[in-house]
Write a protein that binds this ligand. Sequence first.
Ligand code: 13P
Ligand code: SF4
Length: 366
Amino acid sequence: MGIHELSIDHFLSLDEAQCEQRIIAAKAALGKRLVMLGHHYQREEVFKHADYSGDSLKLSRQAAQSEAEYIVFCGVHFMAEVADILSRPEQKAILPDLAAGCSMADMANLETVEQAWRELSAVLDADEHITPITYINSAADLKAFCGRHGGIVCTSSNAGRVLEWAFSQREKVLFFPDQHLGRNTGYSMGIPLEEMVNWDFDRPNGGLTEENIKKAKILLWDGFCSVHQQFLPEHIDQFRATYPNGKVVSHPECSFEVCQKSDEVGSTESIIKTIKASPPGTRWLVGTEVNLVNRLAQQSQSEGKLVHYMAPFVCMCSTMYRIDPQHLLWTLENLMAGKIVNQIKVLPEMAEQARLALERMLAVSP
Ligand code: 13P
Ligand code: SF4
């Protein structure tokens, strides 16, 4: 007889304290068979149970190194896909709630990227002249696209090195789905704004002329993060007017204007390191997701540093928030009962091509 799945309905009404006790017990029972990875944007009630926390790059490395049978990813869908691609075939990547996606990742899909590639090929031989780069915030089939077209994946902590590698291969780059990470990184490498043009995926030829395409060094997909685009230059101006000695650090998914006005720009992991390395008494304005900023504010207090949130309202990643203690417990107790729920499995051929692009990234990453 097959093993029955425990229904999520029995878990949804549990309170936080009940979940906490049972998560601890389930983790202890599963022991080394389980590793729990937690992205910095996870809510505290989930984050505290993670065996390893980090940004997308650090967690993908962790997934690749893990020996555990079950990799429970407290993050979003593309992260669990990467864990599946980089782990061994017998390991299982699990996402506690399948609704935890990424709205930016959804702004590019294989159909529209292939369409763009065909349109670009009508102007110049795309495979000869353009390196495709996909931000790790994208579906596995787009990573596979990059794998088979001599392209690569990047994260927010290695985008500079990845762009350098891309230009060592071909003279142009198609960067998707996040225009801001592409523009901010390209500009920091000395590429002028006029050589980075937006590819409007809703318009034929990206809304560009042949001449625009020929002149461009980077073609930036028109995607963005709905959380990070809420931070505005005026938030920084207000902070600086009140605290002239304050410092500003932002995630590169923020707009060009916000990043230009910031003292530091970096991935979630680098934001943490930057604040940690600053002397006591430093006051920081931080432009990234609220769960990380709240955690930083708490931790920094004991080190004599003050952390402010960039927006006057809450900017939360609502899909990261889908991973709650109830879904996490449901996942773990099913595993204890021998039932794997919410496994994320990338088709073997797609995984193989996506792995190529991910391995190229890992090889050039610091
Ligand atoms: P990091 O790579 O900095 O963790 O960013 C991931 C992400 O989704 C930010 O919105
Ligand atoms: Fe996606 Fe933005 Fe959420 Fe990051 S913060 S997972 S880019 S929607």
